[in-house]
Write a protein that binds this ligand. Sequence first.
Ligand SMILES: [Mn+2]
Length: 443
Amino acid sequence: MRIIDTDKEIAKQDFLNRRKKFFAQMQNDEIAMVFAATKKIKTNDVHYKFRQDNNFWYLTGFPEYNAIAVFFKTKDKEEYWLFCQEINHLQTIWDGKVIGCSKAKELYGVDKTFRLDEFKYGFNKLMNGSKTQSLIEEHEIEECRLNTFHGREILKDKWLDNKNFKLIDHLAIIHSLRLEKDAKEIEMLQQAVDLSVEAHIKAMQFSKPGVNEYEVAAILSHEFNRHNCEHAYLPIVAAGINANTLHYIANSSELEDGDLILIDSGAEYQNYASDITRTFPINGKFTKEQKIIYQLVLEMQETGFKAVKPGVAWNEIQDQIIRVLVEGLINLKILTGKVEDQLENGSYKQFYPHSFGHWLGLDVHDVGKYINGESFIKLREGMVLTVEPGVYISKDMAGVDNKWHNISIRIEDDVVVTKDGCDVLSKNLPKTIEDIENCCKRN
Ligand SMILES: [Mn+2]
């Protein structure tokens, strides 16, 4: 696995290319203001580890809080200004050095950098060319700086009266750009995925009857942390019936012999998320019934992979996967009746209540539309999504033969849409029954 040094990874050119695309979507005399994330308090004086805002990161690659990026376009020029923290020696004693204005300009391709407390003047200058007239009050600046809802509303109100520029909804543009990943982003996603693959393998090898879910979760955390990475989301380590809770995060039950365990976990690398699920037998061997359901979920996923290619609409993939599920459940006599009727009445939803996947990128459930107007989005090259079918049969599901009870399986991989199909980024993680059992060999 190749883990890249965080500091060296920031390539000015990649962010410059994104800003070019962003400016191309702006009209003359429009302005956009994008805010960095703020420090979040856990309790009293204790903060959460800082995590940059994804939209801000996408355009700037600037890693600090207390920053505002301003983009404006006229018929003569496109400019990117950054308001950020200036180096303050007293503050440095407590928090360490910040990047500061001059380094920010040099490293991040900014046209002009300003101290954050100059925002007021920069703002006024853009508004009416005046440096003196106060258009925004000190306390309002604080609201803006803290990126509060109120702060954003203040800005909106002020800009409504502005003669020079029209403030735009930058999120609509950024979200549509983020839907198609550039080569660098796919590289970042692959890194996140590779790290998750290693972690999942270690978790499969570690799991056994008698250990607790939180111990398995700790294996994942250790693997991510030792590469200076974090979980992209709270991991789901769900043994036995816990897998029926789709967003199970308690991770505090003991693993029992004979049960399956579902692990849904992904690393975050350079703010890019991965999202992978495997389900495997706690004692290392699938039972006959577990194998049958597992094989059905695999078949659903294989159908999904085949469907993913440019031009295919989101709902077509879901429809094809559901058809495989319904045919499978009827074959196993878990459902009865005709395929078309069962598709129509939605009876399969008790076994598979969620969609086949979601966009993946800086956010685990990445931004970008699924529906445009009346119709579902059609896939395009460079889009990245998960394919995650599942079948969940609870401990006492009425009308289902006992032998199928307590079998809940999801298999999730991350794929990028290529010119004529898709590439499964997480293909190196064991998945067939044979490969899983080999990986889970218990001594
Ligand atoms: Mn997912």
